[in-house]
Design a binder for this molecule. Sequence first.
Ligand SMILES: C[S@@+](CC[C@H](N)C(=O)[O-])C[C@H]1O[C@@H](n2cnc3c(N)ncnc32)[C@H](O)[C@@H]1O
Length: 274
Amino acid sequence: MNDRKLNKKWLNKERFPRTSRYDLEWILANEMGPNALWLLEDLTSKMSLDSGMKVLDMGCGRALTSVFLARECGVKVWANDLWVSADDNWTRVVEAGSGEQVCPIQAEARNLPYAAGFFDAVVSIDSYQYFGTDDLYLGYITRFLRNGGLLGLVMPAMKQEFTQPPEHLAKVRESGTAFWDPSECWCLHTLEWWKRHLERSGLVDIELASYVEDGWKLWRDWELIRDGGGFTGFPSDAETLEEDGGRYIGFVMLVLKKRPRDPSSFDHSIKIRL
Ligand SMILES: C[S@@+](CC[C@H](N)C(=O)[O-])C[C@H]1O[C@@H](n2cnc3c(N)ncnc32)[C@H](O)[C@@H]1O
């Protein structure tokens, strides 16, 4: 971050009173997706998480969302990530005062070290698209949920499927980068795509499936906050989001409830393909 002054009020949005209480610099220094806390606050206002529940925060990045879940919902969190080490996340979690409630684990999403039926809920913000497009992944991840447990997902999405990305997403910008990075973006899908992908498994009931209201605006506003603070960790997507105006880019939110099933019937998990 450079020395341009951050205006803490930028975080204040009436829609997200809980996130407004967090330190903007802390979020900017540790975020890995476009404000994960807004997305999580939206999700947790619709997904019931009771105090004391055991929650897997899948693809937690630098564990901002895990701290939020512990503080705001009173749940116990297993903060699971691949790229960020457990050491790194543990330091941050302790500094945030959540050491009693958050347990960081570094593990690949397809090779998890948990017991079948252990979790009451799995939450994944800005991450599920990296592994969850695999046809067999839902069967694997729900193995770790108790029957009736919830899976809450929020991730960047497209409003239309296409075979070639639209020009305004693919063009190279002044930063020398394009919004549409083919090595990362083909996992972005529409709400319809996700519903079909998840529903046909017969493993879950869909409790909620929608685009996040004004998702592209939230993303743009977050990019403007980062730009205003002089944060240079990732190239800004603000202009592309403005140009797109929500035609293609948004976020999907899904809450799924696990149907009853015998965990021993899923021992042939996709882990064997690693
Ligand atoms: C865009 S970041 C989002 C992190 C965090 N949820 C946030 O919004 O700040 C995506 C995260 O997904 C995790 N991830 C990607 N592929 C993974 C995999 N195969 N197993 C576990 N985690 C994975 C990465 O380690 C990364 O931290």
